[in-house]
Design a protein around this ligand. Structure first.
Ligand SMILES: [Zn+2]
Length: 255
């Protein structure tokens, strides 16, 4: 079994064919999908999808790209739902916006506090902002856990994230030609620190690059990790699935 630990199936891109997307995922042995919220509307839709589909679990949060339009006020109530398994996607994005950094930081720290309070893991987004996000989490070391999703920093930072008690999320870019640093990270760090994700509908792995991404394609990420680490695909599936269950508690191994 594979678990896609990061997919935005709660976006317009999947409005027409969610059922087909999920059955293609199952055909690739993807038996659980975490649907990731980014603001109030997408959080509620993620929960709705989790309620109507056994294989879907939800996360709720306020993404740094939505801090102007969404506050964290609605989160507490949603966190009570039994299929909500994490807080996020939250974090910092200094690629798209730098001018509202203080607001991004405030909203991120509110969610770290919530994670501490509820013991739920964090799904953290960083873009050109690993250092800043790391500094926000550091005071909570040992009190919060989670994943640095779609990891895009260097090996040194990957090791710091692991030391903080976090997993490293590996996505489609590991299959791209210019992925030298990511390949080095996957080679160097133990598989027990890695989660596999798609970030659907974005960042489709090779050979689907440029098309809409979907959870079934996470198998391309698994295959690439196996190739890099000289392991069997089964080994990679088994360990990364175990990691996902350990972090997110997805309700047993039954299919
Ligand atoms: Zn995402």
């Amino acid at each position: 079994m594979i678990i896609d630990t990061h997919a935005h199936l709660n976006t317009d891109e999947f409005k027409e064919d969610l059922e087909e997307v999920l059955s293609r995922a199952k055909a690739h042995d993807v038996m659980r999908v975490l649907v990731i919220g980014m603001d109030e509307a997408s959080n509620k839709l993620a929960i709705e999808q989790a309620k109507t589909h056994e294989m879907i679990f939800a996360t709720v949060g306020v993404h740094p790209g939505y801090v102007d339009s969404s506050t964290t006020d609605h989160l507490k109530e949603l966190l009570n739902d039994r299929k909500v398994v994490a807080i996020g996607e939250c974090g910092l994005d200094l690629h798209w916006r730098k001018d509202n950094f203080e607001l991004q930081k405030k909203v991120f720290i509110e969610q770290i506090e919530l994670a501490k309070l509820t013991k739920l893991p964090l799904v953290i987004h960083t873009r050109n902002s690993f250092e800043e996000a790391y500094q926000c989490v550091l005071p909570y070391k040992g009190e919060v856990k989670g994943v640095f999703h779609c990891f895009s920093s260097d090996l040194k930072d990957a090791k710091r994230a692991i030391d903080l008690g976090f997993y490293i999320g590996i996505d489609g870019p590991i299959t791209f030609k210019n992925a030298d640093e990511l390949v080095r990270i996957v080679k160097e760090i133990d598989l027990k620190h890695i989660l596999v994700e798609t970030d659907s509908p974005y960042l489709a792995p090779m050979p689907h690059r440029g098309k809409r991404n979907e959870p079934g394609y996470v198998h391309n990420v698994v295959e690439k990790i196996a190739e890099i680490k000289g392991l069997t695909i089964e080994d990679v599936k088994k360990q990364t699935t175990q990691n996902a269950f350990d972090l997110f508690h997805l309700g047993g191994f039954e299919k």
